[in-house]
Design a protein around this ligand. Sequence first.
Ligand SMILES: Cc1cc2nc3c(=O)[nH]c(=O)nc-3n(C[C@H](O)[C@H](O)[C@H](O)COP(=O)(O)OP(=O)(O)OC[C@H]3O[C@@H](n4cnc5c(N)ncnc54)[C@H](O)[C@@H]3O)c2cc1C
Length: 371
Amino acid sequence: MIVGAGFAGAVHARQLAEAGFEAHVIDKRPHIAGNAYDFVNENGVRVHAYGPHLFHTKQRHIVDWLQKFTEFAPYSHKVRAFIAPDSYVPLPINLNTINVIFGVELKNETEAKNFLASVAIPCESPKNAAEYLYSKIGVKLTDLFFRPYTKKMWLMDLEEMSASVVQRIPINYDETDTYFSREEIQVMPRNGYTAIFEKILDHTNIEVETNASYEKGMERDYLYCFNSMPIDEYFDFVHGRLPYRSIRFHHRTEPLFTQEWSVTNFTDSSPFTRETSWHVLPDHHVNPTGNVTITREEPCDYADNNFERYYPVKTADGRYQSLYAIYKNDAKLLPNMSFIGRCGTYQYLDMDQVINQSLTHVNAWIADRLA
Ligand SMILES: Cc1cc2nc3c(=O)[nH]c(=O)nc-3n(C[C@H](O)[C@H](O)[C@H](O)COP(=O)(O)OP(=O)(O)OC[C@H]3O[C@@H](n4cnc5c(N)ncnc54)[C@H](O)[C@@H]3O)c2cc1C
């Protein structure tokens, strides 16, 4: 039995089916694909229902595995930060961002590194996100690009947040204006993500049921259960709730326009964090109608958004990771169930990470059973 038809559940189901096991996948939502679900809307534009999903990975074998189920279009993701009307700068921060914000004319990587070193506040072991960012880019860039954004995204000051949340944000000392690093493979599925799931789950040994919630004891009828539901919910929140930040999506229609980048970040203190122009993504302007769809994101607590769990909360004191460790220990006592995926393991995971973990986990389980 597999709870959840997102990447974690679907990858488990496929590998099990190919190894000769029968997999019954249930999902409480009316659709497959989990948070990667996308569809073509009334403007003929492909929209990702749970926010823009850009595929990027350093692991070739994940792309190879997915290529059994989709063709990919090459894509280089670009993000701009809105500074003022008609003024946008590249994110992650690059040479041009620094030049615009400080009114300087740095020409190369060495000058950019030296300049940032001159404004940075050194700190050997940063205890929180603020100390980490100040030690890398100084006060002005931190307070402009990260302070209000973090507040609205996480409802926390940078000082309250773990440095690990911002450590993965890159800085480009040259004119590179792509969001992900050059070492990463960046591609988008030609027919969208939902079509990938239709193919992954299309196997005689797989049965899929949507609009079907997990109920206690269901797993009794099965050899084993791989469960991607929230781990605290499974245990009826006995030790307390594992909180998440969520996002409300606001869609609007506009006449077709061209733009070099697909995502605009709002670093000011307005309620919105970013805006996606879906038609700019490859193979997303599916049926041209003259109109396109733009989606703004407004972060909120998951309790204010129907308990839609998006981002696990990471505080500097690690209190929720400690709470998760208690649930994880309880789960170890369940002989025929393991928790998988983003909400099963209470971590923010990109799609490639979920696929990688799922392949490793299920292949080991299969090898063990067949040994
Ligand atoms: C806003 C946002 C943007 C993102 N952007 C990117 C990106 O650009 N690139 C990237 O690589 N990753 C991105 N991700 C991460 C990506 O969404 C995850 O890696 C992926 O969805 C994880 O798959 P999963 O199967 O673990 O979880 P999910 O996709 O959430 O699937 C879990 C499924 O379990 C179901 N379920 C839960 N409880 C129950 C229950 N009780 N009974 C039955 N079913 C249940 C849910 O309905 C859901 O469909 C983003 C995530 C978010 C939230």
